[in-house]
Ligand binder design. Sequence first.
Ligand code: MSP
Length: 510
Amino acid sequence: MSFTITTPLYYVNDKPHLGSVYTTIICDSIARYKRLLGEKVLFITGVDEHGLKIQRKAEEKKVSPQIHCDEISDCFIDNWKKWEITFNKFIRTTSDHHEKIVIEFYEKVKNSNDIYMGVQKGWYCVGCEEFKENPDNSPLKKCPIHNKNLEWRDEENLFFRLSKYQSQIEEIINEEGFIEPKERKNEIINFVSKGLKDFSISRTNLNWGIKVPDHKSHTFYVWFDALLGYISAISINDREKSLSDSILMGWPASIHIIGKDILRFHAIYWPAMLLSAGIKPPKKVFGHGFLTREGQKMGKSLGNVLDPQMLFSKYGNEAVRWYLLKDISLGNDGDFQDKRFVDIINNDLANTIGNLLNRSSSMSRKWFNNKTPFLEEKTDTKIKEYAYKTIDNYISNFNKYKIDLASNEILNFAINVNLYLNENQPWTLIKDDKNIEQVKYIIYNVLESCRIIGLLLKPILPNLSCKILVQLGELNLDNKSWKESLNWGLLPLDSELPKPNPIIDKLNYD
Ligand code: MSP
């Protein structure tokens, strides 16, 4: 099975912000999970480099747009490497290959008779790169998202016949699972029910874009160009490949993960453009929520923007991943709170999971010659059943992209195994020789539970997972698949346990 997942292609007006790190971490975790299930994953990310916003940014910096784009694009790549993002393709919309695919696509849409010249009048937000309309048609002065003045436009543009696709789009957006979460789906259905209007796909007076082949004074509208990046990305390392080759190599996307603000582009405009070119629409569009900070919208004017770079240096990759993946339900808005962050990392990772592993492996080492115990009857059926229930719930949640619930399954399992250990008190039992078999049994079941925890953490916290598994000894699982390794009882008996180290350092408030 193959699985194509995409992040949005980020504007290069600035280096990655917490919102882009958030989406990319989500996609990374899903991509890792699908790979563990044995699927062939194509994980696409990249940058959106054209348009007025980028042109103006370069002018401000007094550099050419290309130099500006090169610099920020490198910064994205460096960042994703640092965050250990396992992307397979990185697309830049200024690449020649992308330009070739956009033009090929445009010809197809033109051949479907879906392009015409018209006049575009309206209020434009350069931040959103989008025309804005008030429901009552009164002119808006400022963009509600960027809080910046809108600019009036009155120019000849090429238009795309979106209206022609009204009924097909209605059908697609109503398909089960095409738009998630549900609340977002309703917003889109409501918008479409008011009637789709054709939209302009070219700009005059804008140099920084791909030139429209038969209208040299026009460049393509940045969204028309950028959405195609999802397809040109597939063949970016194989530059002689055409649009149709790329399609065969991994289209349609299984899922586009995007922020809720750009859902219309992905769930309406993009499928209609694809239908016009005779290409299948993506299978799913998931609109996640926005991150706020201590309850407030993050913004430069409020001075409360959280720099992901700072979070990385201060807390490390895995702590940030756990907070974003476990504490925020994908689809809802999420709040970043400093105190909560420290509490969650300390409680969940250091105290609950880390401590469980350290104390059980220390006891085993101490009492069983630096090894796991050796025993005949090793399985506590209650713990085993709990582990299997945890695995089932984890998988069913992950399959629905409920990564927060999947993470909580692991945590709850760890909490209960801690309880099991506390209730059974092997440190008291060991004082009497006659209890030795019982102690072995308890310790084995706890260590085996830690192995399951380590495996389940793999797509969420890959490094922490690795540390847990290493600490349980070199586990030779005979090239078993990840799913097979989740079978109970595979922790070897009487095998070396390395000296325990804390798997994560506790954080301080400051
Ligand atoms: N370039 C377009 C996407 C084109 S896709 C073919 C774009 N880029 S963006 O850089 O402005 O935004 C990228 C993503 O960041 C969007 O999905 C947006 O929703 C997300 N976020 C921006 N601020 C955010 C938060 N505060 N919180 C979470 N995500 C946020 O739009």
